[in-house]
Write a protein that binds this ligand. Structure first.
Ligand code: 1HE
Length: 268
């Protein structure tokens, strides 16, 4: 699968800070600023928003990775030194809009993590639906050391992965988690050897792309929202979502296939 990717056409093929390639239902985005360790400038965040607002119609899943030795060094610090308070708010809100477009866009997103996954890079990783980490990955939130605070949705999304207590420790003390600690803490769903992350992500992408699109949509859209609701409201939404998913022709066919012994069993 890795070799059959082609450059994206149109707008997505013309971006400068992201390389976008496509293989049928799989869209692969690479953060492409390795000389700055994929530090995320406002322009890069806008390009991410552009991609996830303009995915090809046939896209069913997206894989995000970083070029060079690191996934991302986070916020481009060269852009914040002269920022006013108002500009800081608008800048943070730009990240929120772009990252919402990733989490609540039309397709599941799998991110491949290696080297530094820090600050805004970790906030981006937390926005994806699945995380594959290579052994070189390490996680940090140096905002405390830099005298700033997370501004790319990390305060809402990172505690969902590792809890408020671990995030507080990382921010107050500068504690860094290595890949094994990150896997145990909940940063990654899968931990693989160096150089194996993309292969694992594409294997997962094939499985995800094989699901009914409405089912994937329900999983990525309803689950995180239900987690933010009261149990009573959440269960009501669950009933609606499950009835909508079940009512889809793709679901009916899949259930019929299982009953007729044409579909695989769990774990097979
Ligand atoms: C950068 C950035 C950056 C590197 N903004 N330019 N993030 C941080 O505090 C992380 C800061 N970066 C690092 O700690 C290290 O660069 C790394 C551990 C990620 C990688 O180390 P290394 O030795 O491979 O690279 P380097 O030599 O430190 O950096 C290479 C170049 O990238 C260098 O520029 P050059 O012109 O001297 O070659 C660095 O200045 C540049 N660079 N990281 C700008 N972050 C929405 S709010 C989110 C808040 C945050 O993300 S705060 C965390 C910011």
């Amino acid at each position: 699968m890795t070799n059959s990717f082609r450059p994206a056409e149109g707008l997505l093929g013309q971006l400068s800070l992201l390389k976008v390639t496509v293989d049928g239902p799989v869209v692969h985005l690479r953060l492409n600023r390795p000389e700055k360790r994929n530090a995320m400038s406002g322009a890069m965040v806008r390009e991410l928003q552009t991609v996830f607002s303009n995915l090809p119609r046939e896209a069913r899943v997206a894989v995000v990775s970083g070029e060079g030795a690191h996934f991302s060094a986070g916020l481009d610090l060269s852009e914040v030194t002269e920022q006013s308070v108002a500009e800081g708010i608008f800048h943070s809100r730009l990240w929120h809009a772009a990252f919402d477009q990733i989490q609540y866009g039309p397709v599941p997103v799998i991110v491949v993590l290696h080297g530094a996954v820090v600050g805004g890079g970790l906030e981006l990783a937390a926005t994806a639906h699945l995380r594959v980490a290579e052994a070189s990955a390490f996680y940090g939130l140096p905002e405390g050391q830099r005298g700033i605070f997370v501004g790319g949705s990390g305060s809402a999304r990172i505690p969902r992965l590792i809890g408020v207590s671990r995030m507080t420790d990382m921010m107050l003390t500068g504690r860094v988690f290595d890949a094994a600690e990150g896997q145990a803490a909940g940063f990654s769903n899968y931990l693989v050897a160096d150089g194996q992350g993309l292969e694992k992500a594409f294997e997962l992408a094939r499985k995800v792309a094989g699901n009914a699109p409405l089912s994937n949509y329900a999983i990525t859209q309803a689950l995180p929202r239900i987690a933010d609701m009261s149990a009573s409201d959440g269960l009501f939404v669950e009933s609606l979502m499950s009835a909508i998913a079940q009512g889809d022709d793709a679901a009916k066919q899949r259930v019929r296939d299982f009953l007729a012994k044409r579909a695989g069993k769990v774990g097979k």
